[in-house]
Design a protein around this ligand. Structure first.
Ligand code: UFG
Length: 328
């Protein structure tokens, strides 16, 4: 039996495909390659296309023996979602609707869904727990929450079992350096700082130092992309064993400020990375830290690369050897 991975050519998707391969699983990837990279997909049957293409989904489900889906395919930039909300509802919510509909029709009963800490909005407390209020402050988080709700109701009506994984800040790369992070344009902190270390940027702009945190910059919970990948596999196993749906946070439970991240990058790369102060970026909560106790207890998930140094060194290994990402 095979696992269908939608968005398997993207950053987290491709690391999950790699991890599933390492576990001996047969993987099928569907990706529209709008943001993903074909070179990031190794050892998987590949289909290029859109989730809304129902005849393509029919073909994928009828010509392969698929018993589970891991669903990443989505637009995922917070700032862009505020500017183009309809695009986000179309690609994320309507795209997922077509996938879920076809899973029900083809009797595929298990899905692991790539959700986000952005479903919480401004947290009422940290560390954040799964039953804390979900009040997204941007369309991206709202679309992911809408899909979580669609999955919940689909469980009640059709017995479709789902695990929704709410990631905090994904970072790092395959420790062996086969694949890594490559977004155009890049908006995430760690790759931006590493681009500055490579001399591809003059400096890093720190978005605000007047937050109510110790050094005034935002605090995030960075989690290694391969630890996220492992959690997807454990979630699938749990679905098959217990046939119970669930929602889990995935983070390390430790927060680092923007300044601490830049310092760690300086230490790992040995480069003087220039940083300048800039104004706040709209929509950034001051502190996001996960409680991942539920994932640890119920899924048996234990992050293998929990330190920021490890996360940054794996990312640096990729960036150093692939300064232009997947572009040859
Ligand atoms: N930051 C800077 N300068 C930069 C880039 C980022 O100071 O050039 C700051 C941001 O303001 C933020 C922190 O670094 O305080 C981390 O920013 P990222 O863009 O790397 O990540 P976000 O926390 O904004 O978002 C990430 C994912 C989202 C997800 C969110 C949930 O990209 O998809 O985590 O926690 F919704």
């Amino acid at each position: 039996m095979a696992i269908l991975v939608t968005g398997g050519a993207g950053y987290i998707g491709s690391h999950t495909v790699l991890y599933l391969n390492q576990q001996g699983e047969e993987v099928i990837v569907l990706d529209n390659l709008q943001k993903g990279h074909i070179d990031a997909v190794q050892n998987a049957k590949f289909y290029q296309g859109e989730l809304k293409n129902e005849s393509l989904l029919d073909e994928i489900f009828t010509s392969n023996q698929i018993n589970s889906v891991i669903h990443f395919a989505a637009n995922s930039l917070v700032g862009e979602s505020v500017e183009k909300p309809l695009e986000y509802y179309e690609n994320n919510v309507i795209g997922s609707y077509h996938l879920i509909k076809k899973m029900v029709e083809h009797n595929v009963k298990n899905i692991v869904f790539s959700s986000t800490a952005a479903t919480y909005g401004n947290p009422v407390k940290v560390p954040i727990q799964e039953n804390d209020p979900t009040v997204p402050t941007n369309p991206y988080g709202d679309t992911k929450l809408a899909i979580e709700k669609m999955l919940k109701w689909a469980d009640g009506a059709y017995g479709l079992k789902s695990v929704c994984l709410r990631y905090f800040n994904a970072a790092g790369a395959d420790p062996e350096g086969k694949i890594g992070e490559d977004h155009t344009p890049e908006s995430h902190l760690i790759p931006i700082v590493l681009q500055a270390a490579l001399g591809q940027r003059e400096n890093v702009a720190i978005f605000g130092d007047d937050y109510p945190t110790e050094d005034g910059t935002c605090i995030r919970d960075y989690i290694h992309v391969l630890d996220l990948a492992a959690a997807h596999y454990l979630a699938l196993k749990k679905l098959h064993e217990t046939e119970e749906s669930g929602v889990y946070n995935l983070g390390n439970g430790t927060g680092f400020s923007v300044k601490q991240v830049i310092d760690t990058c300086r230490k790992v790369t040995g480069k003087d990375i220039a940083a300048i102060m800039a104004t706040r970026r709209a929509g950034d909560p001051a502190v996001l830290i996960a409680s991942s106790e539920k994932a640890q207890t119920e899924l048996g998930w234990i992050p293998k690369y929990p330190t920021l140094e490890e996360i940054v060194s794996h990312a640096w290994n990729w960036h150093k050897h692939h300064p232009n990402g997947y572009q040859k």
